[in-house]
Design a protein around this ligand. Structure first.
Ligand code: MG
Ligand code: MG
Length: 271
């Protein structure tokens, strides 16, 4: 019995350690020879995720009911899926615009800690060469996209990841979170229509962080991430318009608003 109790405690500790690391290694999708270098960048970047003074309660990390000491109000969702596309762009409008970076952070619905990461760059097919303007804006260079999967392949990879993470279980209530409505209202449906691909239903409802911030504070953040980061006294992580860095900043804003007592609700739908 004593041995069993020790085993349970060790398993729980390892689980918490894994959860708090924020990087499920097996769930990071990388391609080609950049794997090692990109992975080390991820490790560095994810060590940048801001930690907050309120520590994660063990019971919350293990998925049980939060204790009365929980710093967060109850959330409706089991998981938040933070998503921020980067897409082809130039000084003039590009048609069709195509997704070139596809990151998703899976956050625990009670702790808002990162539990798993999906991330890949995406090979555009209509305009395969990145403009200097796009590289300047996003930090993405041609070699980061060359040889990467197309959007069609990435959507299958996302579906596999969702399955692996238990996100397709009908008893698990998850929702995507984006900064603005563009990602899921315009960009993904537009490119899927261009390619003749169906849009999975899980991409058809979302929380627009700007609207959530507006509801929480009474002050709509027209300038987006930089405004919210500054107003909440957070530190900006990484590079603005890097999809994965933008996701990390969105996650930090979400956590801060939750700590202030905000409960997230769906704001947008394509259903
Ligand atoms: Mg964005
Ligand atoms: Mg972005």
């Amino acid at each position: 019995m004593v041995l069993f109790t020790c085993w349970i405690r060790s398993a729980n500790f390892l689980r918490i350690l894994h959860t708090s690391s924020g990087l499920g290694r097996s769930s990071v999708f990388l391609f080609s020879s950049e794997r090692a270098s990109v992975e080390s960048v991820f490790n560095r970047r994810f060590s940048d995720i801001q930690s907050f003074p309120l520590s994660v309660d063990n019971k919350m990390a293990s998925g049980r009911q939060p204790s009365s000491k929980s710093p967060f109000p109850p959330q409706i969702y089991h998981n938040f899926l933070v998503l921020d596309f980067e897409a082809t762009c130039d000084t003039q409008l590009i048609k069709p615009q195509e997704i070139i970076e596809f990151p998703i952070l899976k956050l625990h619905g009670k702790t808002l800690e990162i539990e798993s990461v999906f991330h890949t760059y995406v090979q555009p097919v209509a305009h395969s060469q990145l403009s200097p303007f796009c590289t300047e804006l996003t930090g993405i260079v041609q070699s980061m996209m060359d040889g990467k999967p197309t959007l069609q392949q990435v959507l299958q990879m996302v579906d596999d990841w969702m399955k692996k993470e238990g996100l397709l279980d009908p008893n698990v209530n998850s929702i995507f979170v984006t900064c603005g409505d563009w990602d899921l209202k315009t960009m993904l449906p537009g490119q899927c229509q261009y390619l003749g691909l169906p849009v999975p239903d899980y991409f058809k409802k979302w929380i627009n962080l700007k609207k959530a911030y507006g509801s929480a504070t009474g002050n709509y953040p027209k300038s987006g991430l930089p405004f919210m980061i500054k107003e909440l006294n957070l530190q900006h992580i990484g590079r603005l318009h890097s999809g994965i860095d933008d996701c990390k900043n969105i996650a930090n804003i979400m956590k801060k608003l939750a700590q202030k007592g905000f409960t997230y609700k769906q704001t947008g739908s394509n259903l």
